[in-house]
Ligand binder design. Structure first.
Ligand SMILES: *Cc1c(COP(=O)(O)O)cnc(C)c1O
Length: 342
């Protein structure tokens, strides 16, 4: 298979249309068999439930080339399960796990020429999503849905090294108490756009959101979970019902315990405690871990001892171990690496 003529290492994180995408339709209570299509355009009624009442959920994962030349995805079964919990919360039908994994395989296979080579730092980003497609004007869930999955090649997250970023504590919330913060739904992102742009306009990279009920506990950013390192080298990660359960964070917790022998605490984390941590990172599929150098809370600043030049040592070890597992340089736990045979 001939690869596309793309400058892999120059790619950013932007949509590039690839050859094939997958679509399955839900009607009269069941999903059809699903198929690949060349058509990247969707035609739906002006009154579709997704357009009026935001009935849509999504996932994000990557396909990439390992050191020994296999094309793989990382724990796609967990994406299938999480899409199911997101869908259930918005009264949408569950897309079957086996069909989800088959859709991932088909889309990657059909776009194999877009899977970046090992060592380029680039990956093929996969975006599965579902939405209510028939017209609904009185408030209720749709009866018809589409599950779709497209692929787009994305560049290395850190060009020229992982520089720590600066966060600010947001006054606005991304989630409500007992709301939808723990599902992967576009509506949570719509909520966060204004405070994200305001953060950017004020020179910050991202927002730190605190718990919506009391604004005393750390939740997450708009699209990544927190990991902290204590002075005595323990990993601490916030636990809350309004945090999205990141697959990267869950994998890093396992790596910390089982590969690096570190102690891990998953518990509510007071914002008050943050100044006592020595390293901070954000975890998500896109970057695996982005180091945080500074957090600004109005007129107060927290500067982590790991500084603004590089990742702290422990976060670097976690990053190297998980990316080593993903790329096939370190033996993976059973079931983590899903190979796609061409
Ligand atoms: C997707 C997402 C994450 C990261 O999850 P991963 O499974 O690690 O990619 C974290 N927070 C939010 C709000 C998200 O939408």
């Amino acid at each position: 298979m001939e690869k596309k003529n793309i400058e892999w290492s120059e790619l950013g994180f932007a949509y590039i249309q690839t050859d094939m995408r997958y679509v399955s339709y839900y009607k009269n209570g069941s999903w059809d068999a699903g198929a690949l299509t060349e058509d990247a355009t969707i035609t739906i009624n002006e009154c579709a439930c997704v357009l009026q009442y935001a009935q849509t959920v999504f996932e994000g994962l990557k396909a990439y080339t390992t050191e020994d030349g296999r094309i793989v995805t990382f724990r796609p079964d967990l994406n299938a399960e999480r899409l199911g919990s997101s869908a259930a919360r918005l009264e949408m039908p569950i897309f079957p796990k086996a069909q989800f994994i088959d859709a991932v395989d088909q889309v990657v296979r059909a776009n194999a020429a877009y899977v970046p080579p090992y060592g380029s730092g680039a990956t093929l980003y996969l975006r599965p999503y579902m939405f209510g497609s028939n017209s609904v004007i009185g408030v209720k869930p749709a009866d018809e849905y589409q599950f779709r999955l497209f692929a787009t090649p994305v560049g290395p997250y850190f060009k020229g090294g992982a520089k720590p970023i600066t966060l600010r504590v947001s006054d606005l919330d991304r989630a409500a108490p007992h709301g939808t913060g723990n599902i992967k739904a576009g509506l949570n992102y719509a909520m966060s756009l204004h405070t994200l742009m305001d953060a950017h306009r004020n020179g910050y990279d991202e927002n730190m959101f605190l718990d919506p009920a009391t604004h005393t506990k750390v939740e997450e950013t708009g699209g990544a979970n927190f990991l902290f390192v204590t002075k005595d080298n323990k990993i601490v990660t916030p636990k809350s019902d309004s945090i999205l359960p990141s697959i990267t964070r869950r994998s890093l917790v396992y790596v910390a315990k089982e590969y690096l022998g570190l102690e891990v605490e998953e518990r509510p984390v007071l914002f008050e405690e943050v100044k006592d941590f020595v390293e901070c990172g954000l975890c998500g599929t896109a970057a695996v871990i982005s180091p945080v150098g500074k957090i600004v809370d109005h007129d107060k600043e927290i500067c982590f001892p790991s500084g603004m030049e590089k990742m702290g040592d422990t976060i670097q070890k976690l990053y190297d171990t998980l990316t080593g597992i993903q790329m096939g340089r370190i033996e993976a736990p059973e079931g983590w690496i899903h190979e796609i045979r061409l």
